[in-house]
Design a protein around this ligand. Structure first.
Ligand code: M3L
Length: 264
């Protein structure tokens, strides 16, 4: 199994994340505060995504990434490979995403009034250990089913949008940096736009372990959220997700393409 796509996915995920982090932490004090945990985790998740995507395409079309420049794969193959990558990366992403959501939801006031209780989780490792102890090993995968539903089809959309936008480049030629940036940016926006409703549900299920609010599952969470807050609840965060998605995925695809190209 070719491994360079895994390595390129690793590095490009980390680079994309550096750009996206300020959007992820708008609520916190320092923009780049607490970046080592997301870098290590998202880089690994992105490595799994791009590695599985590329190797699935290799299995489906019998072309390596170098050969695909001259013989672009069909959109249906790209979609299947994207969904496969999306499905597999969920099992790596789920615990990291849970920790991220739990930490981000403990919004800290700028100056904690004296005598107020300390935050529940002291950091990512303490958060993981506490979830393990309080909610059991399966607790670390809370929300994983919603994450699977969110990511499997939308990672297909992600790679199809990228390939569609790259089509302006003639077969056999390398796309220009501007084309890759725009294609990557639109891939991020289109996939996040479709993913947002399930992203809202996923985060609610991940937080449910802490609050007294219990849902019976994805459907129950959807129905009760819509009943209480209206259909608008499914579009919460759409603007920030899209604003973040463009630069993050533009840089992710640009660095991914250039790393693979420089390795031959
Ligand atoms: C599938 N879904 C839309 C959820 C994500 C697609 C883009 C993934 C990228 N690492 C990012 O953080 O933007």
């Amino acid at each position: 199994m070719p491994v360079e796509e895994f390595v390129a996915g690793w590095i490009s995920g980390a680079l994309g994340l550096v750009l996206g982090h300020p959007f992820d932490t708008v609520k916190l004090l320092g923009f780049f505060k607490g970046m080592s945990f997301p870098i290590a985790s998202i880089a690994m998740v992105n490595s799994v995504l791009f590695g599985i995507y590329s190797n699935t395409l290799l299995a489906l079309t019998a072309t390596s990434h170098q050969e695909r420049r001259a013989q672009p794969p069909s959109y249906i193959h790209v979609f299947i490979a994207g969904c496969t990558g999306g499905f597999v990366q969920v099992y790596c992403l789920a615990p990291f995403d849970l920790i991220k959501v739990r930490l981000q939801n403990q919004t800290e006031p700028r100056a904690r009034p004296p005598g107020s209780p300390p935050p529940r989780y002291r950091g990512p490792v303490h958060c993981a250990v506490s979830i393990f102890q309080e909610e059991g090993p399966r607790g670390l995968f809370r929300g994983a089913w919603a994450l699977t539903l969110r990511d499997t089809p939308t990672m297909g959309i992600y790679f199809v949008t990228y390939e569609l936008c790259r089509q302006s480049t003639r077969d056999g030629q390398d796309p220009s940096p501007a084309t890759v940036l725009v294609a990557g940016g639109f891939a991020g926006i289109s996939s996040w736009a479709v993913a947002t409703p399930l992203d809202v549900i996923k985060s609610r299920l991940q937080m449910a372990g802490l609050k007294r609010r219990a849902y019976r599952g994805v459907l129950d969470c959807m129905v009760s959220s819509a009943r209480q807050e209206g259909l608008g609840v499914f579009f919460r965060g759409l603007t920030i997700n899209s604003a973040r998605a463009f630069p993050v995925n533009a840089v992710t695809f640009l660095s991914y393409e250039y790393l693979l190209r420089s390795w031959g």
